[in-house]
Design a protein around this ligand. Sequence first.
Ligand code: HEC
Length: 125
Amino acid sequence: MMKIQVIATTKLILSLSFSLAALNWSVQAAEIQGNAEQGAKNTRLCAGCHAIPGYRSSVPEIYTVPLIGGQSPGYIVAALQAYKKGERKHPTMRSVAGSLSDQDMADLAAYYAAQNSQTKANKLK
Ligand code: HEC
């Protein structure tokens, strides 16, 4: 009888802490909302390489620089996090991403995701 109670209590505590962890995670995720206007202010960090009007990239001869305008924000954030963590290896992207906070990444992702062929700000995409 005691044993069953202990197990039941342990299960309850475990499920409580799991749901708290899930709650905490969703609160954090909800806090980080990308703001494209903020992101636009940080594009100077990216403009030298990624295609942005007025700044023709000077490095495609050396690197293949992917176009990031119009990609989904989730993909852009995931890529930046992967560079920051070192899961993606490109050295310059690693140092650029390493200087960005989660909020910076979300903002930049919101900005770039909003670019398309009709966007004045990104004629190349
Ligand atoms: C010095 C040049 C350079 C700068 C500056 C730079 N990037 Fe990059 N970026 C690259 C190159 C080259 C790659 C491809 C690297 C690879 O093969 O992993 C890349 C890859 C990426 C990718 C992954 C794209 C994909 O299709 O997987 C994202 C997202 C990205 N950059 C975002 C940014 C953002 C945002 C900034 C500014 C904060 C930035 N980059 C600044 C050169 C640069």
